[in-house]
Design a binder for this molecule. Structure first.
Ligand SMILES: Cc1cc2nc3c(=O)[nH]c(=O)nc-3n(C[C@H](O)[C@H](O)[C@H](O)COP(=O)(O)OP(=O)(O)OC[C@H]3O[C@@H](n4cnc5c(N)ncnc54)[C@H](O)[C@@H]3O)c2cc1C
Ligand code: SF4
Ligand code: SF4
Length: 660
């Protein structure tokens, strides 16, 4: 016989205003195996907790039911309290008589009856719970950051400054991400490169940070504190121990290809640094375009390199290392608008450009040295149209969501254009203007005062007439058709997740939403954690945001990781799945269901009918299992059980509801 204590909370008037708490207590006193019932104004308060602790001693209680708010709020509080008493912390059941009862009912008698049922079910369940014990998992005190944009760099610096080694895996040839491509940043208009490149150097020179560029994560296994990560660093064809970054090779290479960094508006060589301040400040050879590597000809860079650093026979390097935590900082890319918007020319007009191209055009070190010139003929555009929400807030063509930063950077683009072209005219087509940030609305209002003409409506068509781009749309405020003859059009296109994110997230069992943004564990309460313990999110990989929000989130993710790496050992969650091997048929349905890859099928020997037989059975990796219970409902043989939520205990709850 167990000895159950039931503690029922008024939660001030939150529960007591709708539920007759004393009636619930009276009903609980009649339940089998209940030896003590008490009510409290606030069970979670210090006196409430002390009362619970004392009652355990006074009444020899060995199982506890707390009827109060959602277990999400205080289950951890009660478990912690029980850990200091003779009661096992898992001999606890929380009956949610607030969120699932008093807050959703108005009728007091109905709510009271339901609260009584919830307590009955909790008592029935707790009566057969078994004690559970955590094991200790060691923590590898190193972190892996995937992505070297501003989010990844900030996260890495914060963790490294706290004394822990960090590896950044960046798939481009340099750190910096999109921020280093931008000209100036709203609302303060500080030079983006001037604030980004010092961070890049700090990361590159930090004794606790290893930067792997031209690198990607190939495989991830393991669990919190112990992730085994395989990283492929692609061949750079340069020995970085010898290369001094002098650049002699770049000046002599005869190949010219479009520069991605300059958004296709400038050429680079086949041996190249992404941009002058790149970190690492050393070149790589683009194997797809190098004449030596494609045709066996040329070899000029090897001849001119003063240190003999060129290695045409270089190969990819694949390493596997263990990390305690992983941070996704894989950022965003801009939607490919061309196939989606044939009515805007679908890419056939060179003077219809994207916001990122405009950033390079207006930048002093960009393709036009900061002069705003049309890509088609190099003339200064006297009329510019900026079109917002291209691919954003447009579920019929692009994405239903708002890309958040574009309202502000389109105002920035209008301001930059009017500043540089004093006799220019700028029209901004918009659906709404969203400026919820410090100094943001003031920035937008100033841009309007500077002469930017905002027209509320989408552009329906862009076509060429002579050397003008005719932008037709509707001004929905005056209900009139408008037509602007522009010299250049800037499309502020939607942010979408980085290429390949689905595959990478699947390797790490990180959830994605319908648009492939990575999903946080809880939108409000755990915004930088994922549902996979030990994996965190920083920056725009979680959804569109601007730089201030990105940096905030990066700092928040770093602080979570520092908290984790500061521990030598972690307590494992004992509420995980367990296989009943005698029932298991080894069909692997659970393997395919488990979102965390925690189950595998192994061959095991058994003695059955006095004979030795070898047959497949499921095996749960306790480090990977997150206790979600998906496997228990999948297993047709009923061989999977979740400790703390066993099939038997759930059935007891159902029986209590139906029979008593
Ligand atoms: C035109 C334009 C103008 C903008 N202007 C402003 C502004 O003025 N002010 C402002 O606050 N914000 C502005 N923004 C928004 C700003 O660019 C973002 O907030 C910021 O760059 C987000 O940083 P991030 O590190 O999250 O992502 P990113 O900058 O995208 O960095 C992600 C990094 O991860 C790498 N990566 C991706 N996938 C992998 C992988 N699988 N493995 C390894 N590495 C990977 C990428 O190569 C990249 O280096 C602007 C955006 C645009 C498009
Ligand atoms: S060998 Fe390749 S990278 Fe080197 S100079 Fe020739 S084309 Fe350029
Ligand atoms: S010439 Fe040699 S040392 Fe100089 S940047 Fe090129 S590879 Fe490096």
């Amino acid at each position: 016989m167990s000895r159950i204590g039931v503690f029922i909370c008024h939660c001030g008037t939150n529960i007591a205003a709708t539920v007759d708490v004393e009636a619930v207590a009276a009903a609980a006193r009649k339940l089998p195996e209940v030896v003590h019932v008490e009510t409290n104004k606030y069970t979670c308060s210090d006196p409430g907790q002390e009362g619970l602790r004392q009652a355990i001693v006074d009444h020899g209680i060995d199982r506890v039911v707390v009827a109060a708010c959602s277990p999400r709020m205080h289950e951890a509080t009660w478990r912690k309290l029980l850990a200091d008493t003779p009661v096992n912390p898992y001999m606890l059941e929380v009956a949610n008589i607030r969120e699932q009862c008093s807050w959703v009912h108005k009728d007091r008698s109905v709510a009271t009856e339901k609260a009584i049922d919830l307590v009955k079910m909790a008592v029935a369940k707790v009566a057969r719970l078994q004690p559970l014990h955590s094991t200790e998992i060691p923590v590898h005190k190193r972190a892996l950051v995937i992505g070297g944009g501003i989010a990844g760099m900030q996260t890495a610096l914060d963790i490294a400054d706290a004394g822990f080694p960090v590896t950044i895996v960046e798939r481009e040839t340099s750190l910096g991400g999109k921020m280093v491509m931008l000209d100036k940043t709203f609302p303060t208009m500080d030079c983006s490169a001037c604030i980004c490149t010092p961070k890049m150097s700090e990361v590159g020179n930090h004794p606790n940070i290893t930067v792997k560029t031209l690198a990607e994560v190939e495989n991830v296994s393991g669990y919190i504190g112990n992730f085994e990560v395989t990283i492929r660093e692609k061949a750079k064809y340069i020995d970085y121990n010898l290369c001094t970054g002098c650049g002699a090779c770049e000046t002599k290479c005869p190949v010219r290809v479009d520069s991605d960094f300059e958004q296709g508006m400038k050429k680079r060589t086949a041996i190249y640094k992404m941009f002058p301040q790149a970190v690492p400040a050393k070149p790589v050879i683009d194997a797809a375009h190098c004449r030596k590597l494609t045709e066996g000809k040329c070899g000029v860079c090897a001849r001119v390199c003063p240190t003999g650093a060129i290695r045409y026979d270089d190969e990819d390097k694949v390493t596997t290392e263990t990390y305690g935590a992983i941070i996704f900082a894989t950022g965003y890319q801009l939607i490919d608008w061309k196939p989606l918007y044939p009515e805007y020319g679908g890419g056939k007009y060179p003077d219809v450009i994207t916001g990122l191209q405009f950033e390079r055009l207006v930048n002093a070190s960009g393709p036009t040295e900061g002069h705003i010139l049309r890509p088609s003929d190099g003339t200064e555009p006297k009329t510019v149209v900026i079109v917002k929400c291209v691919g954003s807030r447009d579920p019929t063509k692009g994405k239903a969501y708002c890309s958040r930063a574009c309202c502000m950077y389109s105002a920035k683009h209008a301001h930059q254009y009017l500043e540089k072209v004093s006799d220019g005219r700028c029209y901004v087509f918009y659906m709404d203007v969203r400026t919820p940030g410090k100094g943001y609305d003031e920035f937008y209002v100033n841009t309007v005062h500077e002469g930017a003409q905002y027209l509320r409506g989408r552009v329906s068509k862009i076509f060429k007439e002579g050397d003008k781009l005719i932008c037709k749309g509707e001004d929905t405020l005056t209900s009139r058709q408008v037509s602007v003859a522009a010299d250049m059009v800037v499309l502020e296109t939607a942010m979408v997740p980085a290429d390949g994110i689905d595959e990478l997230a699947a390797k790490c069992t990180v959830g994605r939403d319908a648009d492939s943004w990575l999903v946080e564990a809880h939108a409000k309460l755990r915004p930088v954690e994922t549902n996979t313990a030990g994996i965190y999110l920083a920056g725009t990989c979680q959804g569109p945001k601007d730089i201030p929000d990105t940096v905030c989130q990066a700092g928040a993710a770093a602080s979570k990781v520092i908290g984790l790496l500061n521990k030598d050992m972690l307590q494992s969650n004992p509420q995980i799945s367990r296989v009943n091997e005698s029932l298991c048929q080894g069909d692997g349905a659970c393997v395919n269901t488990c979102p965390y890859g925690a189950i595998s099928i192994v061959q095991k020997q058994f003695r059955e009918n006095s004979k030795k037989v070898t047959r497949p059975v499921a095996q749960v990796n306790p480090g990977l299992c997150q206790g979600c219970g998906a496997c228990t409902v999948t297993c047709r043989a009923g061989a999977m059980d979740l400790l703390g939520y066993t099939n038997e205990s759930i059935m007891r709850e159902v029986d209590a509801l139906c029979q008593w």
